[in-house]
Write a protein that binds this ligand. Sequence first.
Ligand code: GLC
Length: 471
Amino acid sequence: MEIIHVAAECFPMAKVGGLADVVGALPKYQIQLGHLAKVVMPMHKTSFLHANEWDVAYKGEMFMQHQQIHYTIIKEKSNALGFDLYCVDILGLLDRESVYGYEDDQYRYIAFQMAVVDWMSQWQHQPDVVHVHDYHAGLIPFFMRYCQAYTHLSSIKTVLTVHNAQYQGWMDWTFANYFPAFDQWKSGMLEWNNQINPLASAIKCADKVTTVSATYMQELMNQANGLEQLFQYEQGKCTGIINGIDYDIWNPATDSRLLHHFDVQTAATGKQLNKKELCETFGFDIKLPLIIFIGRLVGEKAADLLPDAIHQSFERYYNQFNVLVLGNGNPAIENALSSIRERWYGYYHSQITYNETLSHQMYAGADFLLMPSRVEPCGLNQLYAMRYGTIPIVRRTGGLNDTVLDVGDGGYGICFNQASLLDIVYSIGRAIELYQHQELTSSIRQKMMTINNSWNKSAAEYIELYYSIYR
Ligand code: GLC
């Protein structure tokens, strides 16, 4: 089967969140299963772009309203990712350093999606499945089905994966003027609440809709930032498929970002060596349990609760643990996390930045990872942590609910129900207590590290899903 993945991010070309990790790994595992999988994304100006060589695969032009737009499709030369990576370059529009956050993002992503469809329409053959990820690629199923110039693409099957339903790409109807000419009778397929809603449009138009865990799919029926009724209506074509992780990248025995490698057998000493590095860098006492948080500092991740939760936990369990936070996002949360540094000096530190290398070193050297998320469609960090022998402390939501089982139930994590200060502080107390029982901790570590969370199984589930709609 030939599968074309379309997304805004793909690791290591460009990463903002977990979406990039999924798009950077799933195609490789689909290829291992004997299929042809490719990725198409915008040409962001990142260090990966500059560090690699590219061929021009196609040059085309299209009209957005009355303006002629030239686009170029470039392809990474060396197959560095284990699959063909194509980027869409539109001068002055897509060739920018950040993935999102520009005033003209709506226009930029419309142009990106139009170029992808226009390019595909020139192919001598047709792919079997176009698999779009999140709203940035959400208009593509509509364009393929209802634009007059692309009717020959209308029989190609399309799949949408929702990595995060909070963001939907809303735009007012004037933006429809930029779209390729489409059947006006089908405008409803673009619409939700009197606006163009690319995520809703993809849910309506795609042949199958997936999200990244079974629990999140259930949650979306009741809580989907306004799309609940649509998910309920379309539930016949909706399923949850849990994400895997890329075992080539996330392997503590070979990870090139680590200073000390280890595997299940050598985890106790290996983790201690990594912890020592972290403790020296951040001025912590290595004997105390080290709890980390890694992620975007936004409300969805309940990062706004962290400053108070950390503060209250230190007041309650003073001298008994360390905390290290890595991430950036909402400036108010960033400031609050920086401002408590002085008060808890020697026990707490925050690195307000995005740092892939440090994140690997933290998974390897920490004892616990905290994820109090309000919303967590899948969550990859808990999977990375477990693979690196770090016990997850998670709120039971979305994928966290599906991948972490509480120690009290014979599992390997600490789980709680509410994204509240009370629950977080209480769970940190449980972690401190668990840490006192070194034998139990090391048996939990053994158990976690041997769980198979690789992409193998989930990649095969996607293939099965494609076959279910295929001809
Ligand atoms: C989004 C979600 C996260 C998920 C990731 C990959 O970032 O917030 O839970 O793991 O996408 O699917």
